[in-house]
Structures are given as C-alpha cells and as structure tokens.
Design a protein around this ligand. Structure first.
Ligand SMILES: NC(=O)c1ccc[n+]([C@@H]2O[C@H](COP(=O)([O-])OP(=O)(O)OC[C@H]3O[C@@H](n4cnc5c(N)ncnc54)[C@H](OP(=O)(O)O)[C@@H]3O)[C@@H](O)[C@H]2O)c1
Length: 248
C-alpha cells in the first residue's frame, strides 16, 4: 500500500467545471500539490465522489447559467477561504450544430459567453481587491477561426480569448503587479467535449493536463495544448478563408 502525504501549501483555488474532463484532472493535481480547492459543476454525484477521494477538495453544485447563483456561490466560497490564489474557469459546452438549431447555439452562448464573463469579472475584481491572484481561462484553438459545423462554439472561444486579453491589459490597474491572467488554448483533448469522430491529433487527457498545470505554475500569458498545436495556430492565423472553405 502506498501512503501519499499531502502537505497543505496554504494556497486556495476554485475550479469551475470540475465534475469531469480537464477541470477534474486539474483539481486533482492542485489538491496533490497541497492546494485547498473548491470544485463546481451541476453533476453533484460526481463532485461528491471526487471530494470523498481527495479530502483537500470541497464542492458546490450549481448551474453557471443562473448568474445570481454564480454570484452567491462565489461570495460564499470567498467567505469560506478568506483569500483565493487561483481561479480556473473550465466550465463550458460545445456542440456540432450544422443545422444551426437555436437551442444549441443559445446554450453555448449562455454558458461560454455570459456565464464565463460573469466568472471572469468576479475573479478579476476579487483579485484587484486582494492585490494578488491568478485567473486561468480554458479557451481553445477554436478561437482562431470560424467553423461551419459549430459556429457558436468557435465564436464563443474567440470571445473568451479577447476577454481574457482585456483582463490581462487591466492588470495594469493593479499597483502590486501580482494579478495574473492565463489563457489556455487546447487543441483536441480526450474528454466528452472533443467534437466529432476520427479526431485529428487528439491528446491524452493526462499528458495535456500535465502541460496545462505547468503553464499555470509558470503563470504563462497564453499557451497551446499540446505544444504541437502552436504550429497549427500559426498556420490557422495566416490561411485565407477561401482555402478553409475549400478544405473543411
Ligand atoms: N476537450 C477538448 O478537446 C477541448 C478543446 C479545447 C477547449 N476545451 C475547453 O475545455 C473546457 C473543459 O471542457 P472538457 O473538455 O474538460 O469537457 P467536459 O468534461 O465536458 O467538462 C465541462 C465542465 O463544464 C461544466 N459545465 C458545463 N456547463 C455547465 C453549467 N451550465 N453549469 C455548471 N457547470 C457546467 C461541466 O459540469 P456539469 O456537466 O456537471 O455541469 C463539466 O465539469 C471547456 O471550456 C472546453 O470548451 C476542450
């Protein structure tokens, strides 16, 4: 039997969207590093199971589309912790929606745009008051261009990237220079979110989360995950729309 001793680092974190996927794995990494972590999501059973396995974790189950619920839960988590060092916003949805079914577009915009903005703003304003803190958003390589199969998802990720950049620029207003903003841009990672079949260059979740965690520790401004997507990003930025229309 192996005995793992976790030494509490005195650091507090919140991971929004930790009932599965990237957020779940990041919350585990943080707890193993001695962080106390609040995790959120709607699937309470999954959150509860994770907290039983990792005692450094505690959870709050709520729907981030309910913006007053986000405000109340955020205030409660801040009250519980006193100060917060790190907030990772992983919660998000995405659909393949070639028929432009409104409910899917609307769900994506409500979650990835409105709720994300609420969480980014609450986090930034808290860190500004504290004089320190690190906000991490999980956007996507999808932020770089449009896509005919998932228009709302790709557009919502472009919104997130630009909003996170704006908050990064706003850190100029914090005299201490101890507020940081990181934009994580994954390619395809092996979670339920990965859209489509026969996915190109899918990265295993544990490898990707290792890279994400290192980027968070180094307080990187932005990073593509896995690293090889940096090359794809470079190509995507210069390729003309007519060529994308022809091949995708
Ligand atoms: N996997 C990829 O290939 C990939 C690539 C690029 C970017 N990303 C981004 O990475 C982030 C995490 O996704 P993932 O791949 O880890 O997928 P995931 O396993 O589906 O995780 C999404 C998380 O968001 C939470 N969530 C969604 N809607 C919510 C709502 N209304 N209220 C509260 N929580 C909500 C989910 O919790 P509940 O369902 O329990 O509410 C879940 O914990 C997303 O922003 C996604 O766009 C993923």
């Amino acid at each position: 039997m192996s005995l793992k001793i976790v030494i509490f680092s005195g650091m507090n974190a919140i991971v929004f969207g930790a009932s599965s996927g990237i957020g779940r794995e990041l919350a585990i990494s943080l707890s193993q590093d001695g962080y106390k972590v609040k995790i959120t999501g709607r699937r309470e059973e999954l959150l509860k199971e994770l907290c039983l396995e990792f005692p450094q974790l505690s959870y709050r189950a709520f729907d981030i589309q309910d913006l007053s619920s986000v405000e109340n839960n955020f205030a409660d988590m801040v009250r519980d912790f006193g100060t917060i060092d790190l907030i990772v916003h992983c919660a998000g949805v995405g659909y393949e929606n070639p028929e432009l079914i409104w409910e899917m577009e609307s769900d994506t915009i409500a979650t990835n745009v409105c709720s994300a903005t609420k969480i980014y703003d609450l986090s930034f304003l808290l860190f500004k008051r504290q004089g320190f803190g690190h906000l991490v958003g999980i956007s996507s390589i999808a932020s770089l261009r449009g896509n005919r199969h998932s228009p709302a998802y790709f557009a919502s990720k472009a919104f997130q990237v630009n909003y996170l950049e704006s908050l990064y620029l706003k850190t100029k207003e914090v005299a201490s220079s101890k507020v940081h903003v990181t934009d994580i841009r994954p390619g395809f990672l092996d979670t339920r979110m990965a859209l489509g079949d026969d996915i190109f260059w899918m990265s295993p979740l544990n490898k990707a989360v290792g890279q994400i965690y290192r980027a968070i520790k180094c307080k990187r401004r932005r990073v593509y995950i896995s690293k090889r997507w940096t090359l794809i990003a470079w190509v995507l930025k210069i390729v003309p729309s007519w060529l994308i229309k022809k091949i995708m």
